[in-house]
Design a protein around this ligand. Structure first.
Ligand SMILES: Nc1ncnc2c1ncn2[C@@H]1O[C@H](COP(=O)(O)OP(=O)(O)OP(=O)(O)O)[C@@H](O)[C@H]1O
Ligand SMILES: [Mg+2]
Length: 309
């Protein structure tokens, strides 16, 4: 099996990489006027199971093997694909992190999702694209990590330890749309990399912050993230004013979620956020007052070998 380190690396990349980094840009598309009778050979010769239908550059639908079979079953009288395509197409946007794309592919059970910028079709993402993108990025990242280790040796992080300094960061999390969430986690990650923290530690802090930030956006809409780094530990405190958690033990169970349908449709609500935070941290302490809000206290040791997950 994979070493826990590699599993961790993939998990980090899934949060970090954007859809546009892995999507296929060379697309096979059809115009709505194209004949249904031509679909079979297009699907077969390209070994694909669905084709986006575009008018100019605008995505107007998707026509799949299933649509083709239904058309055949109903007599197969030739007509434009525009009459048989599905118009309610689930899509991705180029700036979404892969974690959303994977969630949506699983959620909908589709093999592929078109990527649109506004209404314009700009790409297509399959599970294969995601795997390929991740593998490529793993190679790039291992080189970066080596550089980072060298960087660390000469950086002021060592001085910080010597002087027993504490570095603080503060953020506000406001009710933005879920799809734009993750800003605090990305910013923190950049700062931690600059500080020369160990890549494994940066990864754990970024994942924990991302999950906590998304929960604030989804369940509370507003909150603060206070981070302090002392020579031994990163302390992350996430406070929100919101609905609170009535049963914390239950909320910590993997798979437990109260996410409403519209949140699930965006690929969230697997009930893995809090368990993920816990597995990234040495300790996770949650206090919550229903109707008032929730506070998460997360500590992550700076020496990665001291983390057990
Ligand atoms: N800040 C919060 N305020 C209120 N309730 C929360 C908060 N964070 C979590 N919860 C509750 O705990 C449940 C579990 O949270 P968790 O992050 O583990 O899963 P999720 O958000 O439902 O799904 P996922 O994080 O996998 O997208 C949530 O469904 C919600 O009911
Ligand atoms: Mg969550």
């Amino acid at each position: 099996m994979d070493s826990p380190r590699h599993v961790g690396k993939i998990r980090e990349l899934v949060y970090e990489l954007k859809v546009e980094a892995v999507m296929t840009r060379k697309l096979i598309t059809l115009a709505p006027e194209a004949p249904m009778s031509g679909l079979r050979s297009i699907l077969k010769s390209n070994r694909i199971s669905g084709v986006p239908v575009v008018s100019g550059q605008t995505l107007v639908g998707l026509v799949s093997v299933e649509d083709f079979i239904n058309w055949l079953a109903q007599g197969g009288r030739d007509c434009p694909v525009g009459e048989r395509m599905s118009r309610e197409v689930r899509t991705l946007s180029p700036g979404e992190p892969l974690v959303h794309a994977i969630g949506k592919l699983e959620q909908y059970g589709y093999g592929r999702l078109p990527v649109v910028d506004g209404e314009r079709l700009v790409g297509l993402v399959t599970k294969g694209d995601i795997i390929e993108g991740l593998l490529q990025e793993m190679q790039v990242n291992s080189r970066e990590e080596e550089e980072l280790h060298r960087y660390r040796a000469s950086h002021f992080f060592e001085d910080m330890i010597a002087d027993r300094l504490t570095v603080n960061f503060q953020y506000q999390v406001r009710g933005k749309t879920i799809e734009q969430g993750g800003e605090v986690a990305s910013d923190l990650k950049r700062s931690f990399k600059r500080l020369g923290l160990h890549p494994e530690v940066v990864r754990r802090a970024a994942i924990a912050t991302y999950e906590a930030e998304m929960n604030v956006i989804i369940y509370a809409r507003e909150g603060t993230v206070d981070v302090s780094v002392d020579p031994e530990t990163i302390h992350i405190i996430v406070r929100d004013q919101g609905q609170g958690i009535p049963d914390i033990q239950q909320a910590l169970q993997p798979g437990f979620s109260t996410a409403p349908d519209w949140v699930r449709e965006l690929g969230f609500g697997a009930g893995m956020g809090l368990p993920n935070i816990r597995s990234c941290a040495r300790s996770l302490d949650i206090t919550s007052e229903p109707g008032q809000g929730t506070t998460l206290r997360i500590s992550i040791p700076l020496e990665p070998e001291r983390v057990c997950a």
